[in-house]
Ligand binder design. Structure first.
Ligand code: PEP
Ligand code: MG
Length: 874
């Protein structure tokens, strides 16, 4: 507790310090500058821009070359610039635009400043203000080199001259070379290179401002979801020269190791060089230790500064520095990019040191890319030939041998080989192959298709919807090229790529810090996180994130097992009904008994059969033959009966509650098996908490009829002491609109947002992935509506339903079990509607758990330290 209070106090002091910068301190920058927008920097406090960080460094008395800022909205004039430049002259002791001064002339860098780092996307120009005469007067190699570079970069960025027209700068830049570069500039620009520093500066400022709209910056913003509505500020800063002489240099320092999170300096250094030489790849820097031997005093100064900056920001910083004649200058600091493991370790250490509370550490943790911590990934792409890209439907990378036919899969599995199972689309018959495969690829199907759902449950990588891919009976075809079974493939279910060849995989080590965050999240989250698990294997895979129970057991997936499928197929076809019924009934009872025992009193929510029956029927000649053999019925008979079950639009056909009404014996069988299992397990002294969920309900009458039948079944069993109830799955708009009925009649309500999205948007969840991607690139969809809830449509109906339900029955359990349940942005939205349960597949549980705790901490204003303590005890 002491640590907790201590860390709160420390954090508050730090926040106050930050505010002091902008509100109370007499800031020379703000008070003197005619361009300064106080409001801009005030907004900068929690997500500072480059200029904001520089300002903080100045106030920390870190040596920063003098600078000023031109906010993007601010029109600027030459007079205004002169005033600012005069200040820079006073601070730096250098002279602007005076050709007689040689190397004591004032030269500046003109760079972009935005609150989100957009590395390499916006343009900047160095050495502005430098002219031929300056270099001539000084006659120093570094100034000739800097002048030549200025001509080159100015030509490229301001005049759009193709940079390849300029020759490579020689090792010893000279006057003659500068004259040659000027000549080339004039030839392509149509005028001679400006020798007026003001002209260079004004053009450079406009160039940086305009770079906001270059195509790479636009695509980067689109990708990173950064609004394009603002623009970019420009920082004008006095140049310092790392290439000045042999006592100079430049480098980058990370205050903590960005790969491992270890508390150690990490970085690179180059003697007698400029930062830009390193960034452009024109020079290979050495390790930071090079500085320690090169200039020990400068190293010591830099180390002290770095510690000060790290301590102040309570975050790992990426610091750009230059040493000019042994003097250390800090050009920039920003939060360093780091691996997810490093991020977790750094935050966890801050908590251990009492610098951050666990709440604040969790609030800071970004969930993007969290998968990196627990899924295997590709170390590099060496030796791989890309065959296409689809949807990353179940994350992780894996290599294996391509197999399409069941016998190939069986053969490879028997010799213990890794298998990549390929299918045009997956069917129930494929489950046996999926179970044996290490990874799955399909040509069609989206994030919620059968293959995607099953592999996610099993935690195996899966790529779906690969447009370039055609799957034939014993080969795959990619853009006219054929790859037979046996080809070695690598797939990445995180990015959706498939390659020919064997990739170098990296299996992440167990990350203890992630466990700490998960454990804390479990205690503080106001939203319970359940697993979507259909089998014992799924449940075991989900245990890693410590779920509250199973929020969705898609019972049909149990029937896909080889042991179950023929009996179930026979039964739905009306063949050997009694035999099939008794077999299925016994198998189901065993399935539920096993699950209930393993859950040991945790919630098990079983959804009664949902998909259209034809999905269970054999879809290949081989499968039909096997079934005919097993049930001793002719192949013709099987074909005839199966064709009778075909539907034109099965997703809107006989499924869910409709099956329960039209083929009541199916639900009767499931309910009876469930009650028998519950009775058995409870008699063994194991607690039981069972939810029976009715899916795909359109109108209240369906629910009433099915619930009545369930209650009648219950009478036949001794369920004393067993916790059980009957809920509804709202996944059709019609049932959402009649939510008031369910609020009164259902014991719990779970939103099936996959089907709800499909029906509200009128968009097939199985084969529109390519279209959604296109819509995203066109800006029609900002995100995939099957992954992140479409708030303006599905969100509105959900909001209506939740409000209606909670008004009538504020204590009812409301949850979501579609794919959106694992998406942090959607979880935020669900929380605002009063939904306090999500159920997602094993691989999404980690992220969901952290996201639920984050939203609780961010939105639960009552959650002070005492209520937190109470929750922890509870
Ligand atoms: C849903 O529709 O959101 C759901 C969970 O059910 P399924 O994906 O099985 O249709
Ligand atoms: Mg559904």
């Amino acid at each position: 507790m002491l640590t907790y209070f201590k860390s709160c106090v420390i954090l508050k002091v730090r926040i106050i310090r930050l505010w002091c910068f902008f509100l109370n301190f007499p800031l020379s920058f703000s008070q003197e500058s005619s361009f300064f927008s106080e409001e801009a920097l005030r907004q900068d406090v929690f997500s500072p821009s480059k200029a904001g960080y520089l300002k903080m460094l100045e106030t920390l008395q870190v040596p920063v070359p003098p600078f000023f800022l031109i906010p993007y909205l601010h029109p600027f004039s030459l007079e205004g610039l002169q005033e600012e430049l005069l200040r820079l002259q006073i601070k730096s002791g250098k002279v602007w635009n005076d050709q007689e001064t040689g190397q004591s002339g004032l030269f500046v860098s003109v760079r972009s400043s935005f609150k989100v780092s957009m590395p390499g996307m916006l343009d900047s120009l160095l050495n502005v203000g430098l002219t031929f005469n300056h270099a001539l007067k000084a006659n120093k190699e570094y100034l000739w080199r800097s002048y030549i570079k200025l001509i080159c970069h100015y030509g490229k960025l301001v005049e759009q001259i193709d940079e390849t027209v300029f020759p490579k700068i020689s090792k010893t830049a000279t006057r003659e070379e500068a004259i040659e570069f000027e000549r080339i500039f004039q030839e392509h620009a149509g005028y001679s290179f400006p020798q007026d520093a003001n002209e260079q500066l004004i053009k450079a400022i406009n160039m940086v401002r305009n770079s906001w709209n270059n195509s790479r910056a636009q695509s980067y913003r689109l990708h990173e979801k950064i609004s394009s509505s603002s623009g970019v500020d420009v920082v004008i800063q006095v140049m310092v020269f790392g290439n000045f002489n042999q006592f100079s240099g430049t480098g980058i320092l990370f205050t903590q190791n960005p790969s491992t999170g270890k508390k150690e300096f990490f970085g690179e250094y180059s003697i007698q060089a400029q930062g830009e030489d390193i960034v452009s790849g024109g020079m290979t820097p050495g390790p930071l230790s090079l500085l320690e031997t090169h200039l020990p005093c400068a190293y010591k100064t830099l180390k002290d500064i770095a510690e000060k900056i790290d301590n102040f920001f309570v975050d790992m910083q990426d610091i750009e520095f230059t040493i000019e004649q042994k003097k250390v200058w800090i050009l920039q600091t920003r939060p360093g990019k780091r691996t997810k493991t490093a991020e977790l370790r750094i935050l966890s250490r801050y908590v251990a040191e009492g610098v951050l509370s666990m709440q604040d550490a969790l609030k800071r943790l970004s969930l993007n890319g969290l998968e990196q911590v627990y899924h295997s990934y590709l170390e590099n792409l060496e030796g791989l030939e890309n065959l296409g890209k689809g949807l990353g439907a179940s994350p992780g990378a894996i290599f294996g041998i391509l197999a399409i036919r069941q016998e190939t899969v069986d053969f490879l599995a028997s010799s213990g080989r890794n298998i990549i199972f390929a299918a045009q689309e997956t069917h129930c018959d494929d489950v046996a192959c999926i179970l044996k495969a290490s990874g799955v690829i399909t040509a069609t199907g989206g994030m919620t298709c059968h293959g995607a759902v099953v592999t996610r449950g099993l935690g195996k990588p899966c790529v779906t919807s690969v447009q370039e891919l055609k799957v034939h009976c014993d080969s795959i075809e990619v853009c006219g090229q054929f790859f037979p079974e046996g080809t070695l493939l690598t797939i990445d279910g995180t990015t959706g790529n498939i390659w020919k060849g064997r990739g170098a995989l990296k299996v992440p080590e167990k990350c203890e810090e992630l466990e700490e965050f998960l454990e804390f999240s479990h205690r503080v989250s106001a939203i319970k996180v359940y697993a979507n698990a259909d089998t014992l294997e799924d449940w075991n895979a989900a245990l890693a994130f410590n779920p509250e129970g199973i929020g969705l057991c898609r019972s049909e997936h149990m029937f896909f097992k080889n042991t179950h499928l023929p009996w179930f197929q026979g039964w739905i076809l009306g063949l050997q009904e009694d035999l099939c019924f008794s077999r299925i009934s016994a198998l189901q009872e065993e399935d539920y008994t096993t699950l209930l025992k393993q859950l040991n009193g945790k919630r098990l929510t079983v959804r009664l059969l949902d998909p259209p029956l034809h999905e269970f029927l054999p879809c290949t000649f081989e499968a039909e033959k096997t079934l005919s053999h097993q049930l001793e019925v002719s192949l013709e008979k099987i074909k005839e009966l199966a064709s009778g079950l075909k539907e034109n639009n099965p997703m809107l056909g006989k499924r869910g509650a409709r099956l329960g009404i039209l083929r009541p014996e199916i639900y009767d069988l499931q309910v009876q098996s469930l009650f028998k299992a519950a009775e058995r397990v409870h008699k063994e002294g194991i607690p039981v908490d069972l939810g029976i969920m009715i899916p795909f309900v359109t109108v209240p009458e369906e629910f009433t009829m099915i619930k009545k039948r369930i209650l009648q079944r219950a009478i036949w069993h001794d369920l004393t002491g067993v916790i059980w109830n009957v809920g509804v799955m709202i996944e059709i708009p019609s049932s959402a609109l009649q939510a008031s009925f369910f609020a009164q009649e259902a014991d719990f309500i779970c939103f099936g947002t996959n089907d709800l999205t499909q029906m509200i948007l009128g968009l097939s969840r199985d084969d529109t992935a390519y279209m959604i991607e296109k819509y995203q690139s066109l800006g029609i969809f900002s995100k995939d509506p099957f992954q992140s809830i479409h708030e303006s449509s599905v969100g509105k109906i959900l909001s209506f339903a939740c409000e209606t339900i909670l008004k009538i029955n504020p204590n009812i359990s409301l949850s979501v079990c579609g794919e959106h349940a694992g998406d942090p942005e959607s979880i935020d939205f669900f929380y605002s509607l009063g939904i306090r349960g999500v159920s997602c597949s094993a691989y999404r549980g980690f992220k969901a758990k952290l996201a639920c705790a984050k939203v609780t901490l961010e939105k639960d204003s009552f959650l002070d330290s005492s209520s937190l303590k109470n929750r922890q005890i509870a």
